[in-house]
Design a protein around this ligand. Sequence first.
Ligand code: GTP
Ligand code: MG
Length: 604
Amino acid sequence: MNILLMGNPNVGKSVIFSKLTGTNVTASNYSGTTVEYTEGQRNWRGEMVDVIDVPGTYTLDPTNEAEEVAVDMLDKGDLVVNVLDATNLERNLNLTLQLLERDIPVIVVLNMWDEAEHKGIEIDIEKLEEYLGVPVITTAAVKNRGIKDITYHFDYREVVDSDYGSTEERWAHIGEIIENTQHIQDRKHTFLEWFEDATVKPLTGIPIAIIFMYLSFMIIRFIGEGLIANVTEPLFEIFYRPVVTQLSQILGAETFLHKLLIGNLISGTIDFGQSFGILTTGIFIPFAAVLPYIIAFYFMLGLLEDTGYLPRLATLVDNIMHRVGLHGFSIIPMILGLGCNVPAALAVRNLDSKREKFIASTLMAISVPCMAQIAMIFGLLGPYGGQYLLHIFLILIMVWFTVGLLMDKLMPGFSSDLLLEIPPFRIPSMTTVLKKLWMRIISFLEEAIPYMLFGVLIANLLYILGVFDFLATTFGPFLNQVFGLPQEVITALLIGFLRKDLAMGMLAPLNLTAKQLVVASTVLTIYFPCVATFVVLIKELGIFAMMKSAGIMLLTTLTVGGFVNFAFQGGSFSLLGWIIIVGLLIAIRYIPSFGSDFEERLEA
Ligand SMILES: Nc1nc2c(ncn2[C@@H]2O[C@H](COP(=O)(O)OP(=O)(O)OP(=O)(O)O)[C@@H](O)[C@H]2O)c(=O)[nH]1
Ligand SMILES: [Mg+2]
C-alpha cells in the first residue's frame, strides 16, 4: 500500500514523514526543502505500508521540476494524505480541491495546529469535513500530536465525485469555505512579528543580515577551532599515534605497504597532516581537520534554517541576485553549498527556468567552496593571518559577481520573477536541529571517508608509479608561468576532482608561500567541482549544458588564477589590480544584453 504525503511547500510533510516512518529526512523552515521523493515504511496492523514524502507543490499544473516530481507521483498512490498549514488554510485549499477532483482517495491533515491555536485561528473541523467530503485531522507534527490519528485513516478508500469548474470558480468556492469554517480572533502584535518585518526591510534588514552572518561565521570558527584544538587533535595524539607508530615500525619505513598505509615519515615521525598514508592523513583529514567545521557549520545552518531566517535573507538579496539573472531564492543553494556542493546542486531544482538553473549551478560550483575545503584553507592559511583568508573570500565573491553579470548579459532567455514565500519566524526545536545535524554528519562521513581513502590510495599509487612526476614535468612549466605555482601542485589539482579537502591537504608538504596558497586555494575552488557534485550537475543540467559550464569554469580559473598571481602582493591587491577590477566591472555594464527581464518579456 502506498500512502502519499502531499501538500504545499513548508507545511510540515517531511516532519510528519519522519514521525510516521522513523526515517529521518531534512525538514527546514522554508519552501522547497524536499526536491526528491523519499520512501519509508511503517508497520500498520501487521502489514508494511509504504509512506512517500513528496516534494511540495502549490498546484497540480506543475511550474517547476520539483512540482513535476510531485504530480508524477499521483498515479502511484492508494491514498493521498494532503497536508495543509492550518495557519494558511485559504491558500492551501487550492491544491486540496484540485486533488479532490482526481479519482484518488484523499484525507486532509491540518498541520501546525499548535501555531493556529497560538495565532487565534479557529477552524470548524466538522463543517470543513462536510464541505470537502473527506476526513479532516488536526496535527502538530513537531510536538507529535495527531500523528497516530493519521494512521487510523490509512484504509480510507472513498473517492469523492467533485468538479469545481474553472480556476475562478475554484477560488470562489474556497472563499465560501473559509467564510463559513474559519474565524480569526483579533490580537496584539508581538515582538516576534515586529522583528519579522525588521528583517526584510532593507534599512533594518541589511544591518541585521550583516550582524547575523558575521556572528555565524565567528561561531563556526570558534566551534571548529575549539573542537580541533581540544578534542580531535588531542584524541589523535593520545590514542591513535601510538597505534600507527607501532604499525610503522612493524612495516619498516621503506616497504611498499608502509608507503601506502603510513606514507612518508617527516623527520623520523608520522605527521598526520603531511605523511599522506591511508591510515595517517587519510583518516586524519576527514575526522580531525574537517569534521569539527562540518559540525559547526551545520549546527549554525540548522538554526538559520529552522528559525526561518534564510528565506528572509533571500528576500533581502533579491536585488543583488537579479543583477546576475537570478532571484533571491538562489541564495539558498549558495549557502547550502558552503556546507557541501552536492545538496546545493540539487536545491537548484526549485528554480524556474533552465537559464536560472544554469547560472545558479555554475556560480555555485565556481565560487562556493565547501566546508571541507574551507576547513583545510583555514588550517593552512590561518597561521599567516586573517587578511589572507579574507582575500580568498573577497576574490571568490568578486568572481561570483563578475561571472554572474557576464552570464546574465550573454545568455539568451529570461529569468523568472518568482515571489518567494516568507515563512513565519519559529523558535527552532533543539531536538530537530540536533537530529538534522546528526543526519548531515553521518552523510558527510559516508561521503567523505570512502572518497578520502580511495583518493589517498590513488594518489600514492600514481606517485609510486611515477605518473605524477610525468604530469608535473609536462604541465608544470605552464602552471608555473600562469599561476606562479610549483609543478607539484598539479597533483593536488588532479586529486581535487576526488575531494577538495584532500587536495588542499596535498599542498601542506609543499612549503608554499602565503601568496601561493591564496592562488592555489582560489584555483582549486574554481577549476572544477568534485566528482560527486559533477555527477549531480550532469543529471540536473544535462551533459551539453554541463560541458558549457565546465568551459566557463576552466576559462575563469585561468583568468582569475593568472590575475591573482599578477596582482596580489604582500597580503592584498596592488593598486593596479584594483584599477583593473573596477574597470572590468564598469566595462561589463556596457556589454549589450542578450538576456531579457521577466518584466520586459511581459511588456513585449
Ligand atoms: N510549530 C510547528 N512547526 C512545524 C509543524 N510541523 C512542521 N513544522 C516546522 O515547519 C517547517 C517545515 O517543515 P517541513 O517538514 O520541512 O515542510 P515540508 O512540507 O516537508 O516542506 P517542503 O519539503 O519544502 O515541501 C519546519 O521548520 C518544521 O520544524 C507543526 O506542527 N508545528
Ligand atoms: Mg519536505
